[in-house]
Write a protein that binds this ligand. Structure first.
Ligand code: FAD
Ligand code: FES
Ligand code: MG
Length: 277
């Protein structure tokens, strides 16, 4: 069970694995995620179900090696197994049936964005995708996003490819030029999602974001994934992970995401820092 069937290196820091998980594949919907544990002593980390194949009983995970656990996962090869895999968790994304949607993906955020793009395309929604990364070698899943988009725009922070600037700058330019999407879906690093919401707010365009706070149990019991939305406490694992970005308290979310920065640094450097990571 939970055997890795395929592995693809997408960028020097991003990997894609196809995992045998028939029970999860049977029920997965765009927007949902799994929580996995790589080894017996390891912590549980959430990863979005980037794709699923119900017939073959597989799910696809795309992850960036940012710290201890994602690096450990990166060492697994085809035929290795993932210790525990729980899911599908979270609410499926609320996606429109018609109209025009702009999908904005930053860095590894393109992985969780892809299943929404595929579903929107299937529904016949006019889909404009804006995909960005720090530099051209860090762009992931370009072909896959292109296949389900009516228009695709690539952006890089350093100008090494496509539009020179942030994805939120490109969106701003499009809106200034008269584009009137019904909704925007933005997934990526927190500052990118916040910037995108700042752009769409003045146009009054509903903007969905995928919150990725620290999670522990993923079932609404531990409270680790608290986010404040419209002044109310929500648990991203059971009430999300998608929320109306104009209602999210971004400053609090950023503070909470950085709570364990020191411990994460220590674990990353393979130090023991007040117990196991
Ligand atoms: P850590 O030591 O935990 O962290 C290292 C660095 O990464 C730190 O700088 C830290 O600030 C940052 N970081 C830690 N946790 C998160 C987080 N939750 N979000 C953003 N940055 C974080 N990552 C993917 O690569 N692909 C996905 O599809 C994906 N989907 C996710 C879905 C959900 C619902 C959530 C909550 C998170 C998702 N993440 C995804 C983020 C992923 O869970 C974290 O990158 C992972 O837990 C980091 O573990 P680590 O031990 O390798 O690094
Ligand atoms: Fe524990 Fe959401 S992760 S309540
Ligand atoms: Mg962590």
């Amino acid at each position: 069970m939970n055997q890795i069937l395929k592995k693809r290196v997408l960028t020097p820091v991003t990997k894609e694995i196809v995992v045998s998980a028939p029970h999860i594949a049977r029920k997965a919907q765009p927007g949902q995620f799994v929580i996995l544990r790589v080894s017996e002593q390891g912590e549980r980390i959430p990863l979005t179900i980037a794709d699923y194949n119900r017939e073959e009983g597989t799910i696809t995970l795309v992850y960036q090696e940012v710290g201890f656990t994602t690096k450990l996962l990166g060492k697994l090869e085809p035929n290795d197994t993932i210790m525990d895999l729980a899911g599908p968790l979270g609410l499926p994304a609320e996606l429109p049936e018609k109209g025009c949607v702009v999908a904005v993906g930053g860095g590894v955020g393109v992985a969780p964005l892809l299943p929404k793009c595929k579903e929107l395309h299937k529904r016949g929604v006019n889909l404009i995708s804006i995909v960005g990364a720090r530099s051209s070698d860090l762009i992931i899943l370009e072909q896959e996003v292109k296949e389900c988009s009516d228009e695709l725009c690539i952006c890089t922070d350093d100008g090494s490819r496509g539009f020179h600037g942030f994805v939120s700058d490109k969106l701003k330019q499009m809106l200034e030029n008269g584009l009137k999407p019904d909704e925007v879906v933005a997934i990526g690093p927190m500052p990118m999602m916040k910037a995108t919401c700042n752009v769409t707010r003045e146009y009054g365009i509903k903007t969905w974001v995928s919150m990725n706070p620290i999670m522990v149990d993923g079932t609404g019991m531990c409270g680790a994934c608290r986010v404040t939305v419209a002044g109310e406490t929500k648990f991203a694992c059971v009430d999300g992970p998608m929320f109306d970005g104009h209602l999210v308290d971004w400053d609090e979310a950023w503070r909470r995401a950085n709570t364990y920065r020191e411990q994460e640094k220590c674990a990353n450097e393979r130090c023991r820092c007040g117990g196991e990571h």
